[in-house]
Design a protein around this ligand. Structure first.
Ligand SMILES: NC(=O)c1ccc[n+]([C@@H]2O[C@H](COP(=O)([O-])OP(=O)(O)OC[C@H]3O[C@@H](n4cnc5c(N)ncnc54)[C@H](O)[C@@H]3O)[C@@H](O)[C@H]2O)c1
Length: 266
């Protein structure tokens, strides 16, 4: 694991991270700890992994762990009780699951499961923790490039589009209390989530991405940490693609590359 680089403006922050044992959750937790923040890592597992504990050793921040299924209102109530004395200043709604079924094939149970974890989960988290967030707090939702286009994974795509709506409502609702809410949209990030994806997906993604490569979890985590920090104190209700230029290019890279090749240029 690479040593995370810390950011300024986070030493007085206490942040709940969901899905903290996954690829991006680990990277977010470590960059926050490296920045001197206090992290309440949460995930489905009953206890923290030895890997994360070891990686966190020696970093200036403090690390706590709570089991949490983001789709469970009871779990959120328990986490809220746990964080109440800590003086919470941040929430990262990072937990999420993929589902690659297409529109013609999706079963209702699967659709409901994806919505519960990817969309209802963040809503429950905000509902449970917002009352205790202090002025200057920040909520970061982890969306997806799929929330900016028509990615064929219909339930996943629709859940992440919904998360955009939740983000804008929260930004408006809590702005008056000095609480900011923003959403990041990662492109293809090298984590366990994508390990099961067909290789052609990574290939196509690279072909359509102006930077010509996929992302590392730390490249998303740094932006999440920035949004949690006071450095981003006037950013509220923003959507930030972290996709190597994929959404900006809007498929034009493919056309441009094809034309160039047809003209015998490399
Ligand atoms: N990897 C990518 O290419 C990519 C791209 C865009 C967006 N995202 C989003 O980034 C976020 C993090 O994904 P990742 O790439 O780290 O994937 P990951 O599979 O490595 O991690 C996901 C984590 O979420 C946890 N989780 C799953 N269901 C949960 C539940 N009900 N309650 C609590 N935790 C639960 C898992 O245990 C896991 O630790 C997700 O929201 C995902 O949709 C990922």
């Amino acid at each position: 694991m690479t040593v995370p680089v810390g950011l300024p403006g986070l030493t007085d922050k206490t942040v709940v991270v969901t899905g903290a044992l996954g690829g991006q959750g680990v990277a977010q937790t470590l960059v926050l700890l490296a920045s001197g923040a206090h992290v309440v890592a949460t995930d489905l597992a009953s206890s923290i992994t030895d890997d994360l504990t070891a990686a966190a050793e020696g970093l200036p921040g403090t690390l706590l762990y709570q089991q949490l299924d983001v789709g469970s209102i009871d779990d959120w109530a328990r986490v809220a009780d746990f964080t109440l004395p800590l003086g919470l200043t941040g929430l990262v709604n990072n937990a999420g699951i993929p589902l690659r079924a297409r529109l013609g094939d999706i079963h209702l149970d699967d659709w409901d499961r994806v919505m519960r974890i990817n969309l209802t989960g963040p809503m429950l988290g905000i509902q449970a923790l917002a009352p205790q967030l202090r002025e200057g707090s920040s909520i970061v939702n982890v969306g997806s490039l799929a929330a900016l286009n028509a990615h064929h994974t219909v339930a996943y795509t629709a859940s992440k589009w919904g998360l955009r709506g939740l983000t804008h409502v929260a930004a408006t609702e809590f702005g008056g209390r000095g609480i900011r809410t923003n959403i990041v949209h990662p492109g293809y990030v090298e984590t366990a989530m994508m390990a099961a994806a067909p290789e052609i997906m990574a290939e196509t993604q690279r072909a359509l991405t102006p930077l010509g490569r996929t992302a590392q979890p730390a490249e998303v985590a740094a932006v999440v940490a920035f949004l949690l920090s006071d450095l981003s104190s006037y950013i509220n209700g923003a959507e930030i693609p972290i996709d190597g230029g994929f959404s900006s290019s809007g498929g034009v890279k493919y056309m441009s590359d094809t034309i160039r090749r047809s003209q015998g240029q490399s």
